[in-house]
Design a protein around this ligand. Structure first.
Ligand SMILES: Cc1cc2nc3c(=O)[nH]c(=O)nc-3n(C[C@H](O)[C@H](O)[C@H](O)COP(=O)(O)O)c2cc1C
Length: 200
């Protein structure tokens, strides 16, 4: 075990620590640690952030699901560089991740899509995410039409699926006394992960 300020680290990569902190965050009052801020940027240099839910993570990457016609997807089509941010205030912790996004396979998106509730599956067809609408009735009308079109078997829309963010940088931030917070950064160099402390 190594100690970086107030952060205890086991192993030679950031994934074990992420798992540990993710588990700790789930045990707190906020309940759901999976909400993360996803930042993307387009060809014009504009940057955009929004919350999405982390559905799966492993050393291979961090997966979320969304609409492939959305604003975020348009920015990802321009630029695959992505940042993720978790903030777990009840633990005094923040985790920043930077990496490259890629689409998950159609089979993987399919597998997750069919596990979603009926209403969410219809919603994925009905809502053209990020497009301008005149009123919410546009979407409810479309849902009613889709109900009779699909019945109970709602297939995955081709414009809906997952992205996997493959990390090349992590930063773990632990709140400390007198603003002497601990910051531990892991950078991927070749196939190895290097840990270094950063001033708060
Ligand atoms: C708690 C929370 C969870 C969300 N989860 C997702 C999600 O998993 N996928 C998604 O596409 N949008 C999710 N959203 C909505 C996004 O924040 C955003 O409004 C939407 O994806 C459109 O973003 P865009 O126009 O930048 O593409 C979530 C919002 C909140 C507040």
């Amino acid at each position: 075990m190594a100690l970086y300020g107030d952060i205890e680290v086991r192993g030679d990569n950031p994934f074990l620590l992420f798992d540990e902190w993710y588990g700790d965050a789930a045990g707190g009052i906020s309940g759901d640690p999976s909400a993360m801020v996803l930042s993307t940027s387009g060809r014009d240099g504009g940057v955009s952030s929004r919350v999405v839910l982390l559905k799966e993570h492993c050393p291979g990457g961090f997966i979320f699901y969304t609409n492939y016609d959305s604003h975020k997807a348009a920015q990802l089509a321009d630029n695959l560089n992505t940042a993720l941010l978790f903030y777990w205030p009840h633990r005094g912790r923040q985790v920043r991740i930077e990496g490259i996004a890629e689409k998950v396979s159609a089979e993987k998106s399919e597998e997750y899509f069919i596990s979603r509730p009926y209403g969410s599956r219809l919603g994925a067809w009905a809502s053209r995410q990020s497009s301008v609408i005149k009123s919410p009735a546009e979407i409810t009308d479309r849902i009613n039409t889709l109900k009779s079109r699909f019945g109970s078997e709602v297939p995955r829309p081709p414009h809906w699926g997952g992205y996997r963010v493959v990390p090349c940088l992590f930063e773990f931030w632990q709140e400390g006394v007198n603003r002497l917070h601990s910051r531990l950064r892991w950078r991927k160099v070749g196939e190895e992960w290097h840990a270094e402390m950063v001033a708060p």
